[in-house]
Design a protein around this ligand. Sequence first.
Ligand code: PNW
Length: 491
Amino acid sequence: MSSDTLPRDFLWGYATSSGQIEGSPEVDGRGLSIWDTFSRQGNTTEDGRSSDFGTDSYIRWKEDIALMKSYGVNCHRFSISWSRVIPLGGRTDPINPAGIPFYRTFIQSLLEAGIQPMPTLFHWDLPQALQDRYKGFLNKEEIVADFTHYARVVFEGLGDLVKVWVTINEPNVYAALGHCIGAHAPGRSSDRTKSPEGDSLVEPYIVGHNLLLAHAAAVKVYREEIAQQGGSIGLVINANWAEPYDQTDQSIAAAERYFTICSLWFADPVHKGDYPDLLKEILGDRLPEFAPEEKVLLMGSSDFFGLNHYTTYYTKVRTTPAAPTDFRSQFFHDVEETITSPDGKEIGPEAGLPWVRPVPWGFKKVLRYLWERYGKDIYVTENGVICPGEKDMKKEEAVEDDFRIDYYRSYINVMAELINEGVPIKSYLAWTFADNFEWQEGYTAKFGVTFVDTETGDRTPKKSAGFLREFMGKKMGKHEASLDGGIPDKT
Ligand code: PNW
Protein backbone atom coordinates (compact mmCIF):
# COMPACT_ATOMS: atom_id res chain seq x y z
CA MET A 1 0.00 0.00 0.00
CA SER A 2 1.48 3.37 -0.93
CA SER A 3 1.32 6.18 1.61
CA ASP A 4 -1.42 7.66 -0.47
CA THR A 5 -4.02 4.97 0.03
CA LEU A 6 -6.51 3.67 2.57
CA PRO A 7 -7.62 0.05 3.07
CA ARG A 8 -10.64 -0.98 1.03
CA ASP A 9 -12.60 -1.90 4.17
CA PHE A 10 -11.92 1.50 5.72
CA LEU A 11 -15.11 3.08 7.08
CA TRP A 12 -15.79 6.64 6.07
CA GLY A 13 -18.73 8.96 6.17
CA TYR A 14 -20.30 11.61 8.37
CA ALA A 15 -21.28 11.85 12.02
CA THR A 16 -24.42 13.51 13.40
CA SER A 17 -26.38 13.47 16.66
CA SER A 18 -30.08 13.25 17.46
CA GLY A 19 -30.24 16.40 19.56
CA GLN A 20 -28.66 18.41 16.76
CA ILE A 21 -30.58 17.12 13.74
CA GLU A 22 -33.88 15.43 14.51
CA GLY A 23 -36.14 18.26 15.61
CA SER A 24 -39.80 17.20 16.10
CA PRO A 25 -39.29 17.15 19.88
CA GLU A 26 -42.90 16.39 20.66
CA VAL A 27 -43.87 14.25 17.68
CA ASP A 28 -44.93 10.56 17.90
CA GLY A 29 -44.72 10.31 21.65
CA ARG A 30 -41.18 11.60 22.23
CA GLY A 31 -40.43 13.08 25.66
CA LEU A 32 -38.41 16.25 26.16
CA SER A 33 -34.66 16.17 26.62
CA ILE A 34 -32.47 18.47 28.69
CA TRP A 35 -31.36 20.12 25.45
CA ASP A 36 -34.94 20.94 24.43
CA THR A 37 -35.53 22.60 27.77
CA PHE A 38 -32.14 24.29 28.01
CA SER A 39 -32.15 25.65 24.47
CA ARG A 40 -35.71 26.97 24.78
CA GLN A 41 -34.71 29.40 27.53
CA GLY A 42 -33.93 32.02 24.89
CA ASN A 43 -30.61 33.18 26.32
CA THR A 44 -28.58 29.98 26.25
CA THR A 45 -27.79 29.91 22.52
CA GLU A 46 -25.96 32.41 20.36
CA ASP A 47 -28.99 33.16 18.14
CA GLY A 48 -31.58 32.55 20.85
CA ARG A 49 -32.93 29.60 18.86
CA SER A 50 -33.74 26.18 20.27
CA SER A 51 -33.03 22.70 18.97
CA ASP A 52 -36.70 22.32 17.94
CA PHE A 53 -35.77 22.33 14.23
CA GLY A 54 -32.30 20.75 14.10
CA THR A 55 -32.10 19.82 10.44
CA ASP A 56 -35.68 18.55 10.52
CA SER A 57 -34.24 15.08 10.04
CA TYR A 58 -36.93 13.18 11.92
CA ILE A 59 -39.05 14.17 8.91
CA ARG A 60 -36.41 14.40 6.16
CA TRP A 61 -34.26 11.38 6.92
CA LYS A 62 -34.96 9.67 3.58
CA GLU A 63 -33.64 12.69 1.74
CA ASP A 64 -30.59 12.65 4.01
CA ILE A 65 -29.81 9.02 3.23
CA ALA A 66 -30.19 9.62 -0.51
CA LEU A 67 -27.85 12.59 -0.28
CA MET A 68 -25.33 10.64 1.79
CA LYS A 69 -25.41 7.86 -0.74
CA SER A 70 -24.67 10.37 -3.47
CA TYR A 71 -21.71 11.53 -1.35
CA GLY A 72 -20.19 8.07 -1.69
CA VAL A 73 -19.98 7.16 2.01
CA ASN A 74 -19.96 3.60 3.34
CA CYS A 75 -20.64 4.40 7.02
CA HIS A 76 -22.84 6.76 9.00
CA ARG A 77 -22.54 7.68 12.67
CA PHE A 78 -25.70 9.01 14.30
CA SER A 79 -27.21 8.90 17.77
CA ILE A 80 -30.42 7.61 19.27
CA SER A 81 -32.68 9.92 21.19
CA TRP A 82 -33.21 8.30 24.59
CA SER A 83 -36.45 10.26 25.12
CA ARG A 84 -37.80 9.06 21.78
CA VAL A 85 -37.32 5.45 22.89
CA ILE A 86 -38.33 5.90 26.56
CA PRO A 87 -39.97 9.34 26.84
CA LEU A 88 -39.45 9.70 30.59
CA GLY A 89 -36.20 7.73 30.47
CA GLY A 90 -36.50 5.47 33.52
CA ARG A 91 -36.44 1.71 33.85
CA THR A 92 -40.07 1.49 34.96
CA ASP A 93 -41.33 4.16 32.56
CA PRO A 94 -43.32 3.24 29.45
CA ILE A 95 -41.55 2.52 26.20
CA ASN A 96 -42.67 4.60 23.21
CA PRO A 97 -44.00 2.20 20.56
CA ALA A 98 -42.81 4.60 17.83
CA GLY A 99 -39.23 4.87 19.12
CA ILE A 100 -37.28 1.75 18.18
CA PRO A 101 -39.26 1.23 14.93
CA PHE A 102 -38.18 4.67 13.70
CA TYR A 103 -34.50 3.80 14.17
CA ARG A 104 -35.00 0.30 12.75
CA THR A 105 -36.44 1.67 9.54
CA PHE A 106 -33.71 4.28 9.40
CA ILE A 107 -30.95 1.68 9.82
CA GLN A 108 -32.52 -0.69 7.32
CA SER A 109 -32.63 2.14 4.78
CA LEU A 110 -28.97 2.93 5.44
CA LEU A 111 -28.07 -0.71 4.87
CA GLU A 112 -30.07 -0.78 1.64
CA ALA A 113 -28.06 2.24 0.52
CA GLY A 114 -24.84 0.34 1.25
CA ILE A 115 -24.09 2.41 4.35
CA GLN A 116 -23.04 0.76 7.60
CA PRO A 117 -24.71 2.23 10.71
CA MET A 118 -22.66 3.33 13.74
CA PRO A 119 -25.21 4.34 16.37
CA THR A 120 -24.37 6.16 19.61
CA LEU A 121 -26.60 5.49 22.61
CA PHE A 122 -26.08 8.82 24.32
CA HIS A 123 -24.99 12.06 22.72
CA TRP A 124 -26.01 14.41 25.55
CA ASP A 125 -29.81 14.61 25.06
CA LEU A 126 -30.79 13.14 28.43
CA PRO A 127 -34.54 12.76 29.10
CA GLN A 128 -35.54 15.87 31.06
CA ALA A 129 -37.60 13.69 33.42
CA LEU A 130 -34.41 12.05 34.72
CA GLN A 131 -32.75 15.41 35.36
CA ASP A 132 -35.87 16.49 37.27
CA ARG A 133 -36.29 13.22 39.12
CA TYR A 134 -32.78 12.71 40.49
CA LYS A 135 -30.37 15.20 38.81
CA GLY A 136 -29.45 12.89 35.97
CA PHE A 137 -25.81 11.83 35.88
CA LEU A 138 -25.18 13.19 39.37
CA ASN A 139 -27.03 10.18 40.82
CA LYS A 140 -24.93 7.06 40.45
CA GLU A 141 -27.38 4.27 41.41
CA GLU A 142 -30.32 5.66 39.45
CA ILE A 143 -28.55 6.73 36.27
CA VAL A 144 -26.51 3.56 35.92
CA ALA A 145 -29.64 1.41 36.32
CA ASP A 146 -31.70 3.55 33.94
CA PHE A 147 -28.98 3.80 31.31
CA THR A 148 -28.41 0.06 31.43
CA HIS A 149 -32.12 -0.56 30.91
CA TYR A 150 -32.25 1.91 28.02
CA ALA A 151 -29.17 0.32 26.45
CA ARG A 152 -30.74 -3.14 26.69
CA VAL A 153 -33.95 -1.93 25.02
CA VAL A 154 -31.91 -0.47 22.16
CA PHE A 155 -29.58 -3.48 21.78
CA GLU A 156 -32.53 -5.86 21.73
CA GLY A 157 -34.38 -3.72 19.20
CA LEU A 158 -31.50 -2.94 16.84
CA GLY A 159 -28.55 -5.18 17.69
CA ASP A 160 -29.07 -7.57 14.81
CA LEU A 161 -28.49 -4.71 12.34
CA VAL A 162 -25.45 -3.07 13.93
CA LYS A 163 -21.77 -4.07 13.87
CA VAL A 164 -20.23 -1.08 15.68
CA TRP A 165 -21.80 0.64 18.69
CA VAL A 166 -20.80 3.75 20.57
CA THR A 167 -22.05 3.97 24.15
CA ILE A 168 -21.48 7.60 25.06
CA ASN A 169 -20.22 10.58 23.09
CA GLU A 170 -17.58 12.79 24.69
CA PRO A 171 -18.29 12.28 28.39
CA ASN A 172 -15.55 14.83 29.01
CA VAL A 173 -17.43 17.59 27.19
CA TYR A 174 -20.78 16.63 28.77
CA ALA A 175 -19.28 16.76 32.25
CA ALA A 176 -17.21 19.93 31.81
CA LEU A 177 -19.53 22.09 29.71
CA GLY A 178 -22.71 20.91 31.39
CA HIS A 179 -21.57 20.85 35.02
CA CYS A 180 -18.56 23.19 35.35
CA ILE A 181 -18.84 25.94 32.75
CA GLY A 182 -22.61 25.70 32.42
CA ALA A 183 -22.64 26.44 28.68
CA HIS A 184 -24.27 23.12 27.80
CA ALA A 185 -27.37 21.43 29.22
CA PRO A 186 -28.13 20.86 32.05
CA GLY A 187 -26.32 24.18 32.52
CA ARG A 188 -25.03 23.62 36.03
CA SER A 189 -22.17 25.75 37.37
CA SER A 190 -20.93 27.58 40.46
CA ASP A 191 -21.44 30.73 38.40
CA ARG A 192 -24.72 31.98 39.89
CA THR A 193 -25.38 34.22 36.89
CA LYS A 194 -25.78 30.97 34.95
CA SER A 195 -27.26 28.53 37.38
CA PRO A 196 -29.03 28.61 40.75
CA GLU A 197 -27.23 25.41 41.71
CA GLY A 198 -24.09 23.56 40.88
CA ASP A 199 -20.51 23.14 42.03
CA SER A 200 -18.04 23.61 39.20
CA LEU A 201 -15.12 22.13 41.07
CA VAL A 202 -16.86 18.94 42.19
CA GLU A 203 -19.84 18.01 40.01
CA PRO A 204 -17.98 17.41 36.72
CA TYR A 205 -16.03 14.61 38.42
CA ILE A 206 -19.13 12.98 39.90
CA VAL A 207 -20.88 13.16 36.55
CA GLY A 208 -17.79 11.87 34.77
CA HIS A 209 -17.51 8.97 37.19
CA ASN A 210 -21.13 8.00 36.65
CA LEU A 211 -20.85 8.33 32.88
CA LEU A 212 -17.97 5.86 33.00
CA LEU A 213 -19.90 3.42 35.18
CA ALA A 214 -22.98 3.72 32.93
CA HIS A 215 -20.79 3.04 29.89
CA ALA A 216 -19.21 -0.02 31.52
CA ALA A 217 -22.59 -1.40 32.62
CA ALA A 218 -24.02 -1.06 29.10
CA VAL A 219 -20.97 -2.79 27.61
CA LYS A 220 -21.44 -5.68 30.05
CA VAL A 221 -25.04 -6.10 28.89
CA TYR A 222 -23.94 -5.98 25.27
CA ARG A 223 -21.17 -8.52 25.69
CA GLU A 224 -23.20 -10.92 27.81
CA GLU A 225 -26.52 -10.74 26.02
CA ILE A 226 -26.04 -9.40 22.50
CA ALA A 227 -22.46 -9.70 21.29
CA GLN A 228 -23.03 -13.16 19.81
CA GLN A 229 -24.24 -11.03 16.91
CA GLY A 230 -20.58 -10.26 16.42
CA GLY A 231 -20.36 -6.53 16.96
CA SER A 232 -17.94 -4.28 18.77
CA ILE A 233 -18.66 -1.46 21.21
CA GLY A 234 -16.74 1.47 22.63
CA LEU A 235 -16.60 4.91 24.17
CA VAL A 236 -15.94 8.08 22.17
CA ILE A 237 -13.67 10.65 23.80
CA ASN A 238 -12.85 14.17 22.69
CA ALA A 239 -9.09 14.62 22.52
CA ASN A 240 -7.62 17.80 21.20
CA TRP A 241 -3.84 17.77 21.22
CA ALA A 242 -1.85 19.81 23.77
CA GLU A 243 1.54 20.88 22.42
CA PRO A 244 4.07 22.31 24.91
CA TYR A 245 4.40 26.03 24.30
CA ASP A 246 8.18 25.68 24.40
CA GLN A 247 10.69 23.02 25.33
CA THR A 248 11.00 23.99 29.01
CA ASP A 249 10.25 21.29 31.57
CA GLN A 250 7.40 23.44 32.88
CA SER A 251 5.66 23.67 29.52
CA ILE A 252 6.16 19.99 28.77
CA ALA A 253 4.65 19.06 32.14
CA ALA A 254 1.83 21.58 31.63
CA ALA A 255 0.89 19.93 28.32
CA GLU A 256 0.76 16.57 30.04
CA ARG A 257 -1.48 17.95 32.79
CA TYR A 258 -3.79 19.56 30.23
CA PHE A 259 -4.19 16.40 28.17
CA THR A 260 -4.71 14.35 31.35
CA ILE A 261 -7.34 16.73 32.73
CA CYS A 262 -9.25 16.85 29.45
CA SER A 263 -8.97 13.40 27.92
CA LEU A 264 -7.03 10.76 29.87
CA TRP A 265 -9.63 11.40 32.61
CA PHE A 266 -11.88 9.08 30.55
CA ALA A 267 -9.45 7.17 28.38
CA ASP A 268 -7.40 5.57 31.16
CA PRO A 269 -10.38 4.14 33.08
CA VAL A 270 -11.78 2.30 30.06
CA HIS A 271 -8.43 1.18 28.65
CA LYS A 272 -6.37 0.77 31.84
CA GLY A 273 -9.02 0.30 34.54
CA ASP A 274 -8.48 3.44 36.64
CA TYR A 275 -7.89 7.20 36.55
CA PRO A 276 -4.32 8.28 35.82
CA ASP A 277 -2.19 8.92 38.91
CA LEU A 278 -1.50 12.43 37.68
CA LEU A 279 -5.23 13.21 37.68
CA LYS A 280 -5.57 11.86 41.22
CA GLU A 281 -2.71 14.13 42.27
CA ILE A 282 -4.23 17.19 40.63
CA LEU A 283 -7.79 16.69 41.88
CA GLY A 284 -7.21 15.04 45.27
CA ASP A 285 -10.48 14.19 46.97
CA ARG A 286 -12.52 15.94 44.29
CA LEU A 287 -12.03 12.81 42.18
CA PRO A 288 -14.26 9.88 43.21
CA GLU A 289 -12.68 6.46 43.56
CA PHE A 290 -13.66 3.26 41.80
CA ALA A 291 -14.44 0.18 43.89
CA PRO A 292 -12.28 -2.84 42.96
CA GLU A 293 -15.15 -4.55 41.11
CA GLU A 294 -15.84 -1.33 39.18
CA LYS A 295 -12.22 -1.26 38.01
CA VAL A 296 -12.61 -4.79 36.72
CA LEU A 297 -15.75 -3.79 34.86
CA LEU A 298 -14.10 -0.72 33.35
CA MET A 299 -10.83 -2.32 32.31
CA GLY A 300 -11.06 -3.16 28.63
CA SER A 301 -14.66 -1.95 28.41
CA SER A 302 -13.99 -0.22 25.10
CA ASP A 303 -13.18 -2.45 22.13
CA PHE A 304 -11.58 0.50 20.37
CA PHE A 305 -10.52 4.08 20.97
CA GLY A 306 -13.32 6.29 19.64
CA LEU A 307 -11.68 9.64 18.91
CA ASN A 308 -13.32 12.99 18.29
CA HIS A 309 -10.60 15.43 17.35
CA TYR A 310 -10.79 18.99 16.07
CA THR A 311 -7.74 21.06 16.94
CA THR A 312 -4.53 21.63 18.91
CA TYR A 313 -3.42 24.24 21.43
CA TYR A 314 -0.11 25.33 22.81
CA THR A 315 -0.15 24.90 26.57
CA LYS A 316 1.96 26.38 29.35
CA VAL A 317 1.85 27.20 33.03
CA ARG A 318 -0.55 30.05 33.66
CA THR A 319 1.20 33.38 34.12
CA THR A 320 -1.68 35.24 35.79
CA PRO A 321 -3.87 33.44 38.33
CA ALA A 322 -7.40 32.51 37.26
CA ALA A 323 -10.15 34.73 38.62
CA PRO A 324 -12.17 32.96 41.33
CA THR A 325 -15.28 33.19 39.13
CA ASP A 326 -13.51 31.94 36.00
CA PHE A 327 -14.48 28.29 36.24
CA ARG A 328 -13.31 27.47 32.74
CA SER A 329 -9.75 28.42 33.66
CA GLN A 330 -9.99 26.66 37.00
CA PHE A 331 -10.99 23.49 35.19
CA PHE A 332 -7.56 23.49 33.52
CA HIS A 333 -5.85 23.76 36.93
CA ASP A 334 -2.64 25.80 36.47
CA VAL A 335 -2.44 25.38 32.70
CA GLU A 336 -3.44 27.87 30.04
CA GLU A 337 -3.89 27.51 26.32
CA THR A 338 -2.47 29.86 23.75
CA ILE A 339 -2.52 29.95 19.97
CA THR A 340 0.77 31.80 19.56
CA SER A 341 4.19 30.19 19.78
CA PRO A 342 7.22 31.96 21.33
CA ASP A 343 8.32 33.12 17.87
CA GLY A 344 4.97 34.89 17.45
CA LYS A 345 3.54 32.48 14.88
CA GLU A 346 -0.06 31.37 15.19
CA ILE A 347 -0.67 27.66 15.51
CA GLY A 348 -2.99 27.57 12.53
CA PRO A 349 -5.19 29.85 10.45
CA GLU A 350 -8.26 31.40 12.02
CA ALA A 351 -11.47 29.43 11.39
CA GLY A 352 -15.17 30.14 11.87
CA LEU A 353 -15.08 29.57 15.65
CA PRO A 354 -12.18 30.65 17.86
CA TRP A 355 -11.48 27.15 19.24
CA VAL A 356 -11.18 25.17 16.04
CA ARG A 357 -8.05 26.22 14.11
CA PRO A 358 -6.68 23.65 11.65
CA VAL A 359 -3.48 22.01 12.94
CA PRO A 360 -3.03 18.73 11.01
CA TRP A 361 0.27 17.85 12.71
CA GLY A 362 -1.57 17.82 16.05
CA PHE A 363 -3.94 15.16 14.68
CA LYS A 364 -0.94 13.05 13.77
CA LYS A 365 0.57 13.47 17.23
CA VAL A 366 -2.63 12.58 19.09
CA LEU A 367 -3.25 9.49 16.93
CA ARG A 368 0.28 8.26 17.47
CA TYR A 369 0.11 8.96 21.20
CA LEU A 370 -3.17 7.07 21.66
CA TRP A 371 -1.88 4.12 19.68
CA GLU A 372 1.32 3.95 21.71
CA ARG A 373 -0.47 4.40 25.03
CA TYR A 374 -3.34 1.95 24.54
CA GLY A 375 -2.52 -0.29 21.57
CA LYS A 376 -6.16 -0.35 20.51
CA ASP A 377 -7.81 0.09 17.13
CA ILE A 378 -8.72 3.72 16.65
CA TYR A 379 -12.02 4.87 15.17
CA VAL A 380 -11.96 8.51 14.20
CA THR A 381 -15.58 9.34 15.00
CA GLU A 382 -15.55 13.11 14.43
CA ASN A 383 -13.29 15.64 12.75
CA GLY A 384 -14.26 18.91 11.11
CA VAL A 385 -14.09 22.69 10.89
CA ILE A 386 -15.98 25.88 10.04
CA CYS A 387 -14.80 28.31 7.36
CA PRO A 388 -13.88 31.85 8.46
CA GLY A 389 -16.97 34.05 8.27
CA GLU A 390 -19.23 31.14 7.30
CA LYS A 391 -21.85 32.04 9.86
CA ASP A 392 -22.85 35.16 7.95
CA MET A 393 -22.61 33.72 4.45
CA LYS A 394 -25.50 33.29 2.08
CA LYS A 395 -25.84 29.92 0.42
CA GLU A 396 -23.99 30.87 -2.78
CA GLU A 397 -20.91 31.84 -0.80
CA ALA A 398 -21.16 29.11 1.85
CA VAL A 399 -21.04 26.28 -0.67
CA GLU A 400 -17.58 27.44 -1.86
CA ASP A 401 -15.98 26.02 1.27
CA ASP A 402 -12.34 25.65 0.20
CA PHE A 403 -11.12 26.25 3.75
CA ARG A 404 -12.99 23.10 4.84
CA ILE A 405 -11.60 21.18 1.87
CA ASP A 406 -8.04 22.13 2.86
CA TYR A 407 -8.75 21.03 6.43
CA TYR A 408 -10.12 17.64 5.39
CA ARG A 409 -7.35 17.01 2.86
CA SER A 410 -4.58 17.78 5.32
CA TYR A 411 -6.13 15.86 8.23
CA ILE A 412 -6.90 12.79 6.13
CA ASN A 413 -3.43 12.81 4.62
CA VAL A 414 -1.67 12.66 7.99
CA MET A 415 -4.05 9.92 9.11
CA ALA A 416 -3.31 7.91 5.94
CA GLU A 417 0.43 8.27 6.60
CA LEU A 418 0.00 6.69 10.01
CA ILE A 419 -2.17 3.90 8.66
CA ASN A 420 0.59 3.13 6.23
CA GLU A 421 3.05 3.01 9.12
CA GLY A 422 0.81 0.33 10.64
CA VAL A 423 -1.35 2.30 13.08
CA PRO A 424 -4.75 0.54 13.05
CA ILE A 425 -7.13 3.41 12.30
CA LYS A 426 -10.41 1.95 11.11
CA SER A 427 -12.72 4.85 10.38
CA TYR A 428 -12.93 8.51 9.48
CA LEU A 429 -16.28 10.15 10.19
CA ALA A 430 -16.31 13.81 9.32
CA TRP A 431 -18.31 16.28 11.39
CA THR A 432 -20.82 16.80 9.97
CA PHE A 433 -23.27 15.82 7.26
CA ALA A 434 -25.30 19.04 7.29
CA ASP A 435 -25.30 22.40 9.09
CA ASN A 436 -27.24 21.74 12.27
CA PHE A 437 -28.05 22.90 15.78
CA GLU A 438 -24.56 23.45 17.15
CA TRP A 439 -25.43 23.46 20.87
CA GLN A 440 -24.73 26.82 22.54
CA GLU A 441 -23.92 28.35 19.14
CA GLY A 442 -27.48 27.69 17.98
CA TYR A 443 -27.56 27.62 14.17
CA THR A 444 -24.69 30.09 13.78
CA ALA A 445 -21.84 27.56 13.72
CA LYS A 446 -21.97 25.57 10.50
CA PHE A 447 -19.86 22.43 10.44
CA GLY A 448 -21.75 20.74 7.59
CA VAL A 449 -20.73 19.65 4.11
CA THR A 450 -24.37 20.36 3.25
CA PHE A 451 -25.87 23.84 3.53
CA VAL A 452 -29.27 23.84 5.24
CA ASP A 453 -31.80 26.63 4.92
CA THR A 454 -33.27 26.72 8.43
CA GLU A 455 -36.51 28.30 7.18
CA THR A 456 -37.35 25.79 4.44
CA GLY A 457 -35.11 22.88 5.41
CA ASP A 458 -33.71 22.80 1.85
CA ARG A 459 -30.34 21.12 1.58
CA THR A 460 -27.56 22.12 -0.83
CA PRO A 461 -24.28 20.22 -1.07
CA LYS A 462 -21.20 22.33 -0.44
CA LYS A 463 -18.09 21.87 -2.56
CA SER A 464 -16.47 19.84 0.25
CA ALA A 465 -19.05 17.05 -0.13
CA GLY A 466 -17.98 16.47 -3.72
CA PHE A 467 -14.34 16.84 -2.77
CA LEU A 468 -14.52 14.18 -0.06
CA ARG A 469 -16.40 11.79 -2.31
CA GLU A 470 -13.67 11.95 -4.91
CA PHE A 471 -10.76 12.14 -2.50
CA MET A 472 -11.87 9.18 -0.37
CA GLY A 473 -12.88 7.23 -3.46
CA LYS A 474 -9.37 7.61 -4.88
CA LYS A 475 -7.66 6.85 -1.58
CA MET A 476 -9.66 3.67 -1.23
CA GLY A 477 -8.78 2.60 -4.74
CA LYS A 478 -12.15 3.18 -6.31
CA HIS A 479 -12.56 5.11 -9.48
CA GLU A 480 -14.95 7.96 -9.75
CA ALA A 481 -16.86 6.01 -12.42
CA SER A 482 -17.65 3.21 -10.01
CA LEU A 483 -19.44 5.55 -7.65
CA ASP A 484 -23.09 5.53 -8.46
CA GLY A 485 -24.96 8.65 -9.39
CA GLY A 486 -23.84 12.21 -9.02
CA ILE A 487 -24.52 14.68 -6.29
CA PRO A 488 -27.96 16.14 -6.95
CA ASP A 489 -27.51 19.78 -7.89
CA LYS A 490 -30.15 21.76 -6.05
CA THR A 491 -28.70 25.23 -6.40
C1 PNW B 1 -18.29 17.83 19.61
N1 PNW B 1 -14.49 22.13 22.57
O1 PNW B 1 -18.40 18.71 20.68
C2 PNW B 1 -19.59 17.09 19.63
O2 PNW B 1 -19.48 15.69 19.69
C3 PNW B 1 -20.55 17.50 18.56
O3 PNW B 1 -21.87 17.26 19.00
C4 PNW B 1 -20.32 18.95 18.20
O4 PNW B 1 -21.29 19.45 17.32
C5 PNW B 1 -18.94 19.04 17.58
O5 PNW B 1 -17.95 18.53 18.45
C6 PNW B 1 -18.54 20.43 17.15
O6 PNW B 1 -18.51 21.30 18.23
C7 PNW B 1 -17.40 19.56 21.09
O7 PNW B 1 -14.85 23.23 23.10
C8 PNW B 1 -17.77 20.71 21.77
O8 PNW B 1 -13.25 21.82 22.45
C9 PNW B 1 -16.81 21.56 22.25
C10 PNW B 1 -15.46 21.25 22.06
C11 PNW B 1 -15.10 20.11 21.38
C12 PNW B 1 -16.08 19.28 20.90
